[in-house]
Design a protein. Structure first.
Length: 96
C-alpha cells in the first residue's frame, strides 16, 4: 500500500508519460492484464487510457486491472488510470 506522499511523488513522475494501453468496448481481458503486468515489470509506472466506447464504469475497470495485476492504483483521473508496481528485476523508481 502506498502512502499519500508516495502517490504524490508518483503522480509527478507520471505527468510526462503517455498511456500505453487502452481499454475499449471489449473491457478488460486476461491477455490485456498479462501485457500490463509485463509492462509494469519493465517500467514500474504506466498509464492506461479508458476509451469512450468502454461500457464499464471507470472505477470498476481500474479495480479489475489492479486486482488482476497486483499493482498499486496511484490515481484514477477522468479516463486515465495510473498504475505502479515495484519491479523485481528492473528497479528504476526510488520511492520517498
Amino acid at each position: 500500500m502506498l502512502t499519500s506522499k508516495q502517490k504524490k511523488y508518483l503522480r509527478g513522475l507520471s505527468h510526462k508519460l503517455q498511456p500505453i494501453f487502452q481499454v475499449g468496448k471489449a473491457g478488460v481481458n486476461e491477455n490485456m492484464t498479462t501485457q500490463i503486468s509485463e509492462a509494469l515489470e519493465k517500467r514500474e509506472l504506466i498509464k492506461v487510457s479508458i476509451l469512450q466506447n468502454c461500457f464499464e464504469d471507470n472505477s470498476e475497470v481500474a479495480r479489475e486491472i489492479v486486482d488482476d495485476t497486483e499493482a498499486n492504483l496511484v490515481q484514477l483521473i477522468g479516463n486515465t488510470i495510473i498504475l505502479y508496481k515495484e519491479s523485481a528485476n528492473n528497479k528504476q523508481i526510488e520511492l520517498p
